[in-house]
Ligand binder design. Structure first.
Ligand SMILES: Nc1nc2c(c(=O)[nH]1)N(C=O)[C@@H](CNc1ccc(C(=O)N[C@@H](CCC(=O)O)C(=O)O)cc1)CN2
Ligand SMILES: Nc1ncnc2c1ncn2[C@@H]1O[C@H](COP(=O)(O)OP(=O)(O)OP(=O)(O)O)[C@@H](O)[C@H]1O
Length: 188
């Protein structure tokens, strides 16, 4: 990555983290409603969510609903530079702190998700995203897409939208972006 691109991404991450924190402070009840609506159209399809950390928007209500119909999993970090694994999650299942602070299930029952609810710092209308910079979801989506169709769904507060996210070739685009208000189809 060029120095300019790295700096542009770092600046975009800082600005987006501030906007996300403000949105989180005034988070509306029922913020996962649109996500629930989307998942209701895919009953029984294996889906990955995430255990929210810091000021991430909370997908747990939608995950709990989906778990009544099919497997739901959360990401598990295997190591730097490696794609994520996914472990089966159920409401109330036993969890332990994972490597970067996000809790992971104590029991590791592997799941291969076909729908991924992807956490992020910033997204744009073209479906590009910025995460924490580990490249975990980029690697994971590249691997899963090489095996078959997957739906990558960014989940974020509307305030996390950015004008244009600086992209590099390995950035895996989102197929949809869901906010507390709407389901957006990226325009490319
Ligand atoms: N809730 C949740 N779970 C998740 C993710 C996520 O974004 N959200 N991940 C999505 O990938 C993975 C965790 N990835 C993470 C990667 C980096 C940092 C982090 O704190 N990074 C530091 C900088 C570290 C460094 O550069 O050395 C930071 O942001 O300050 C946190 C989580 C798997 N689980
Ligand atoms: N498929 C891949 N193969 C090899 N390297 C990759 C791949 N995807 C991303 N990377 C590298 O990982 C690093 C971090 O990527 P990036 O800044 O896009 O992370 P991010 O999408 O913000 O983080 P995350 O996906 O963990 O939330 C970059 O240097 C990128 O080149």
């Amino acid at each position: 990555m060029s120095g300019d691109l790295a700096e542009a991404k770092a600046a975009a991450r800082r600005a987006a983290a501030e906007r996300r924190a403000r949105a989180h402070d005034s988070r509306p009840p029922g913020a996962a409603g649109r996500l629930s609506e989307l998942l209701a159209g895919y009953r029984g399809v294996p889906v990955s969510g995430y255990m929210p950390i810091r000021t991430e928007i909370d997908p747990l209500p939608a995950m709990a609903e989906a778990s009544a119909h099919g497997p739901v999993a959360v990401p598990v970090i295997r190591g730097r530079g490696r794609p994520l694994d996914f472990a089966r999650w159920q409401p109330g299942c036993a969890l332990v702190p994972g490597p970067f602070g996000a809790p992971v299930p104590t029991q590791h029952e592997p799941v291969v998700p076909e729908i991924l609810i992807v956490p992020l710092l910033a997204f744009d209308r073209r479906g590009h995203r910025l995460g924490y910079g580990g490249g975990f979801y980029d690697r994971t989506l590249a691997g899963l897409r090489a095996r078959g169709p997957v739906l990558a769904v960014g989940f974020a507060f509307a305030a996390q939208e950015a004008d244009e996210i600086p992209v590099e070739p390995t950035d895996a685009p989102l197929d949809l972006v869901v906010t507390e208000h709407e389901i957006l189809t990226p325009v490319r």
